[in-house]
Design a protein around this ligand. Structure first.
Ligand SMILES: Nc1ncnc2c1ncn2[C@@H]1O[C@H](COP(=O)(O)OP(=O)(O)OP(=O)(O)O)[C@@H](O)[C@H]1O
Ligand SMILES: [Mg+2]
Length: 445
């Protein structure tokens, strides 16, 4: 069967990626990868023998062998001159993203017996034109013939609106806490039209910071078992990589367990165990959650949006599975409906729904963004912990630079007066696109 017209959406994430398609009934479904997982780690490992691994195997080999041969968090470098160097070769963010996208496309080609030619790839609302162009280029390099870019919160809202087109107007707040970034966007849904009325976020606030805090907690515990401070516990990169890997696994378990136990086995022969309770983890990471709640409040206040006008808070992104997220929002907004909404899949599914429509539509209208105000400096809570082992983690983009890049306007022919809201029409409706938005509290789009 020729399935090449399969409607495909890709959530190309900082830490995990996900690919979805519309099934025979027109419903969005996630395509599992070859290991049976819904999401694939956005990690690429370059073996000494020249093989290039993606996803779970890349993570496993980087932990078991050489973490320096693994490229991670490439999304945070999109549109920049950053390079990943290994074995005397340089790889651009587009090169690395291409490898990840190829993997996802190969998975769907194999499992759906198809040859996918076009797809919608999502990106953060704050991505500027350069980052969007780089994302599109990666899709084309991965073998796609046509690529459309859609804002992640709009994709989540499309997913939410699917099947409820006749329900009348709704206003939702999409709280997207992923692996590397945090976004909040308020969207008005009217049938199949999605209009973003406020957006805000933090470019370096995501699950990996919770991993780093848990890593710090674990290393403190290990150090104290030797009567040392965490700074005195000398860890080589392999030990650090393994402990950070364990920290992420434990973090996920702490979403459904009240405590976890782990074992360490250092390269120099030190070994032992530790345990961490959910309470300890929540206490250590409370400032991070508070920062996200403050950003939600700022997004609403800046646009004078009364929380009472919001029909639902949709918590998406894998980190929204941490129970403290919903708890903190329920406390801050006691009168609102707060839903953890298909956190791993809603964005890819919304992109697949959008793909059923956007390729056949006329050139989408791009509704522009207002000129950017200076981005807020990251809060203390959002700064990387000092003892984090992630020397390779991209440092937070400085506000000015980020603001200037994100503010790059679409080409003049696509510009319209600033200050409007951005509207995207979902499948089966008239044209619209994925507007470029910036990421400050004053940027409704
Ligand atoms: N059960 C869980 N409990 C806590 N955290 C989780 C759980 N499942 C996944 N995560 C975390 O969610 C994050 C991945 O979420 P997601 O795939 O939405 O992010 P991403 O798309 O890679 O990042 P971004 O949206 O910032 O580009 C990771 O940090 C992962 O550890
Ligand atoms: Mg994401």
């Amino acid at each position: 069967m020729d399935n090449s017209s399969l409607k495909v959406g890709i959530d190309l994430g900082t830490t995990y990626s996900c690919i979805a398609y519309l099934n025979n009934e027109g419903k969005p479904e996630v395509c599992k990868n070859l290991y049976g997982s819904d999401t694939t780690p956005s990690v690429v490992y370059f073996r000494e023998d020249g093989d290039v691994l993606v996803g779970e195997t890349a993570v496993d080999e980087s932990v078991a062998f050489d973490p320096e041969r693994a490229s991670r968090w490439v999304k945070s470098h999109m549109g920049t001159d950053w390079k990943f160097s290994v074995d005397g070769k340089d790889y651009t963010p587009v090169n690395i993203s291409t490898v990840i996208l190829k993997r996802l496309i190969e998975d769907i080609d194999e499992l759906q017996a198809t040859h996918v030619k076009r797809a919608v790839i999502t990106c953060p609302a704050y991505f500027g034109q350069r980052e969007r162009d780089a994302t599109k280029e990666a899709g084309l390099e991965a073998g796609l013939e046509d690529v459309k870019i859609l804002n992640e919160p709009t994709a989540a809202a499309i997913s939410f609106g699917f099947g409820h087109e006749g329900d009348g107007k709704k206003r939702v707040l999409v709280y997207d806490l992923g692996g590397g970034t945090f976004d909040v966007t308020v969207l008005d849904i009217d049938g199949n039209r999605f209009t973003a009325v406020a957006t805000d976020g933090e470019m370096r606030l995501g699950g990996m910071m919770w991993d780093e805090e848990l890593y710090n907690l674990i290393t403190k515990k290990i150090a104290s078992s030797y009567g040392l401070s965490a700074d005195e516990l000398s860890l080589n990169p392999k030990d650090s990589g393994r402990l950070l890997y364990d920290a992420e696994r434990h973090k996920k378990r702490l979403s459904s367990n009240v405590s976890v136990r782990g074992a360490f086995n250092m390269e120099d022969g030190r070994r032992g165990s530790y345990s961490v309770t959910r309470k300890e983890f929540e206490d250590a990471t409370r400032p991070l959650i508070t920062t996200t709640v403050d950003i939600v409040k700022r997004a609403l206040e800046t646009k004078n949006i009364d929380p009472a006008t919001i029909d639902a808070f949709l918590l998406v992104g894998g980190s929204s599975k941490m129970p403290q997220v919903k708890a903190a929002l329920s406390e801050a907004f006691p009168n609102n409906s707060i839903q953890v909404f298909d956190p791993d899949q809603s964005i890819a599914k919304g992109a697949a729904l959008f793909s059923s429509y956007c390729f056949d539509a006329p050139e989408p209208e791009i509704i522009p963004v207002p000129a950017p105000a200076p981005a807020a400096a990251p809060s203390a809570a959002a700064r990387p912990p000092r003892r984090c082992p992630l020397s390779a983690v991209p440092s937070p983009r400085r506000s000015g630079r980020a603001a200037s890049r994100s503010s790059r306007s679409p080409s003049p022919s696509r510009r319209t007066p600033t200050g409007s809201s951005s509207t995207t029409s979902s499948p089966r409706r008239s044209a619209s696109g994925s507007p470029t938005r910036r990421r400050t509290s004053t940027s409704p789009t």
